[in-house]
Design a protein around this ligand. Structure first.
Ligand SMILES: [Fe+2]
Ligand SMILES: [Fe+2]
Length: 365
């Protein structure tokens, strides 16, 4: 069930990128200049590495857009900008316990992801590169709760295992996963089972603490998704070659950081409780010291690059090695793809392998 995507040794993309690069290089640059071009050109001026990174990010954005769309249909604002559902008043109210503007924020985060995916694919196409489509994998079931559209989905929000170590990671002044450190869970129960973050059907709308536990799960999941986006853009930006591609990664990546910052503030308002149906516990995060204290939402300065430097307030992790694999494997471990077929994971593997082979100034495969 928890399939873990490992880059496979046999790469289809390597040969196809090289084939394209030779054709484009010979046709547009000329043999005499080729020796001075350090980088294989995949298409239209993008390096193979830049193309691979943009395609990985386009896939990640399609995945984000799909899951945020499901949140918006039930707990956000449905309008012409983000159409689809009709809303679940009880679920929306439970989410609004975290902040009365949650429905607006859910709507706007959804809108942002839709535009990220559309932009990245349009940019790829403008450079003669292949856009990413995951449409054939939009087959997972929708929530049966009143308010959700009945369409096929890419992601599953009803069996989530949410890693809440990001919470303590951003509150520690001495640990950083880039140094191999492991951070403790803020909500250990969420990381130790499978829980819905949206009502699976109208039966999930009661009893009240069960519905609130679902809303709390969503609240932490929102922050989890966006901290992943925060790190993957910062990591992969270090591997791109062209200034314009760097500009894209910094500009979109910055909005992921803004999302994360908003959501981790709101998640701190999730009321402590125990779900009477399954025993899931949301502890009082203000009862146990600074590592979980809810209002410590600014990134605590921590070790960076080398322990001999003074501690520094940073986003983390930002290590580049295996950054694409880390992000997508995180999605898989989260349970987002429970129900997807092997072909889906094979496609993710290809995208990861190509992106993680990109090198700044060095193309990719
Ligand atoms: Fe995004
Ligand atoms: Fe995002």
């Amino acid at each position: 069930m928890k399939e873990r995507v490992k880059p496979s040794k046999s790469s289809i993309s390597r040969r196809s990128f090289l084939g394209k690069s030779l054709a484009v290089g010979a046709g547009t640059i000329g043999a005499g200049l080729l020796a001075n071009v350090p980088t294989a050109r995949a298409s239209g001026g993008l390096t193979a590495g830049d193309e691979a990174i943009l395609r990985l990010l386009a896939a990640a954005e399609l995945i984000e857009a799909d899951l945020w769309q499901q949140y918006n249909e039930l707990g956000g604002i449905q309008d012409p900008e983000v159409p689809g559902g009709t809303g679940s008043p009880a679920y929306t109210a439970a989410i609004q316990v975290l902040d009365e503007d949650m429905d607006q924020y859910i709507h706007d985060n959804t809108d942002d992801e839709i535009t990220h995916a559309a932009f990245l694919n349009a940019y790829l196409a403008s450079k003669g590169a292949e856009p990413v489509s995951l449409d054939q994998f939009r087959t997972l079931p929708s929530s049966q709760a009143t308010g959700a559209q009945q369409i096929g989905r890419l992601t599953n929000l009803m069996q989530l295992t949410v890693d809440t170590s990001f919470w303590t990671r951003y509150r520690s002044d001495s640990l950083n996963p880039d140094f191999g450190d492991t951070l403790p869970q803020a909500v250990p129960g969420l990381a130790a089972g499978q829980f819905p973050a949206i009502p699976r059907n109208d039966g999930d709308l009661t009893p009240p603490d069960h519905l609130q536990a679902i809303a709390n799960t969503a609240g932490f999941h929102f922050a989890w998704i966006e901290q992943a986006g925060t790190s993957v853009y910062a990591s992969l930006a270090q591997r791109v070659t062209h200034n314009e591609v760097l500009r894209i990664l910094l500009s979109i990546g910055g909005t992921e950081i803004m999302h994360f910052q908003t959501w981790q503030d709101k998640a701190g308002n999730a009321p402590p409780l125990t779900d009477p149906t399954n025993g899931l516990v949301f502890p009082d995060l203000n009862a146990d010291g600074e590592l979980t204290q809810t209002n410590l939402i600014m990134p605590e300065p921590t070790i960076f690059l080398n322990r001999t430097f003074p501690i520094c307030s940073i986003i983390r992790p930002t290590e580049t090695d295996g950054a694409a694999a880390r992000a997508i494997n995180g999605f898989i471990a989260d349970g987002l793809f429970i129900g997807q077929p092997p072909a889906f994971f094979a496609l993710l593997s290809q995208l990861i392998e190509a992106a993680d082979h990109a090198r700044h100034g060095g193309g990719g495969r």
